[in-house]
Design a protein. Structure first.
Length: 256
C-alpha cells in the first residue's frame, strides 16, 4: 500500500511539473504599466534637468528616455511574453507609435517647422489621451505635476474629436439640389441646420464634381459664416461644368 501511495504522489508531482511548464508565455500586462510609469518619470526628470542643449536635441533625448524603456513591447517574443489583455496591447502599440511620431517630427525641426509642429502635436495628442486611458481604466500611477498638462490636453483632444464627429455627421446629411439652370450655368443649393453643439465663425465645404469616368472636372468651395447651433443656412454654389457625380467633404472650420 505504501509503495502504491508513493508511486501515486510521484506521478502527481510529475504531472504538476508538466502542467507548470505548459502554462504558456508570461503575461507582461502589469510589467508594461510599471514601465510606463518609469518611462514617463525618466522623461520628466530629464526635462527638469535640461540646461543648455538645443531644443531639438533635448526634445529628442526626452522622447528617447521613454522609448528606451518601452520599445521592447513592440517586438515581444510571444513564445515567452505576451499581453493577456488585447486592449492593453493595442494601447502599448499606439503609445510606442506616438513616441516614434515625435522622434520623426524632430527631423523637420529646422527644415520645415510647420511639419515638425504638426507631427509633434499628433504624437503628443495621442500620447496624452492614451495615458489618461491607462490611468482611468488600468489604475496607472503617474506623478500628478507631470501628468497635469497631459491630462488637460487629453480633455481638449477628446472634446475636439467629439465636435469633429458631430460636424462630419452634419456634412454627410447635406443634399445639394439643382435649383436653376440658365444658359451654361447651374445653381445648386442645400438648406442645412447646424446640428452640432458649437457656433461657427466660419465653415468650409469642399465639393468635387466628377465625370462618368470618376475624373474631377471642377472643385467648388462652399463657405458659411456666422452659423449658430440650431440655425438653418443655405449652402450654394454655381458651375458651368457638366458632371455625372458630386462628392463633398469638410474643409476647415472656426468656432466662435
Amino acid at each position: 500500500m505504501k509503495k502504491i501511495l508513493t508511486f501515486t504522489i510521484v506521478m502527481i508531482s510529475i504531472l504538476l511539473m508538466g502542467c507548470s511548464s505548459e502554462n504558456g508565455p508570461k503575461s507582461v500586462d502589469n510589467q508594461f504599466l510599471s514601465d510606463v510609469s518609469k518611462a514617463t518619470e525618466a522623461r520628466w526628470e530629464y526635462l527638469d534637468k535640461y540646461t543648455d542643449e538645443s531644443e531639438s536635441v533635448y526634445l529628442k533625448e526626452a522622447v528617447k528616455k521613454e522609448l528606451d524603456i518601452l520599445e521592447k513591447y513592440k517586438t515581444l517574443n510571444e513564445e515567452e511574453e505576451v499581453f493577456n489583455d488585447p486592449k492593453l496591447k493595442k494601447i502599448a502599440e499606439d503609445y510606442i507609435e506616438a513616441l516614434n511620431t515625435q522622434i520623426e517630427s524632430i527631423k523637420y525641426y529646422t527644415s520645415d517647422y510647420t511639419k515638425y509642429e504638426e507631427q509633434w502635436s499628433d504624437g503628443y495628442n495621442k500620447r496624452s489621451t492614451l495615458l489618461v486611458k491607462l490611468v482611468d481604466e488600468y489604475g496607472l500611477k503617474l506623478d500628478e505635476d507631470g501628468f497635469a498638462e497631459l491630462k488637460e490636453n487629453a480633455k481638449a483632444v477628446t472634446e475636439k474629436e467629439k465636435i469633429d464627429e458631430e460636424i462630419e455627421e452634419m456634412v454627410k446629411s447635406i443634399n445639394f439640389e439643382n435649383v436653376k439652370t440658365e444658359y451654361d450655368w447651374s445653381d445648386y443649393e442645400a438648406v442645412v441646420e447646424n446640428s452640432t453643439s458649437v457656433n461657427f465663425e466660419g465653415l468650409e465645404i469642399n465639393v468635387k464634381l466628377l465625370d462618368k469616368d470618376g475624373v474631377t472636372v471642377s472643385d467648388e468651395l462652399v463657405w458659411v459664416d456666422n452659423w449658430n447651433k440650431g440655425e438653418k443656412k443655405k449652402l450654394e454654389f454655381s458651375t458651368d461644368k457638366s458632371f455625372s457625380e458630386m462628392k463633398w467633404e469638410l474643409g476647415s472650420y472656426y468656432i466662435k
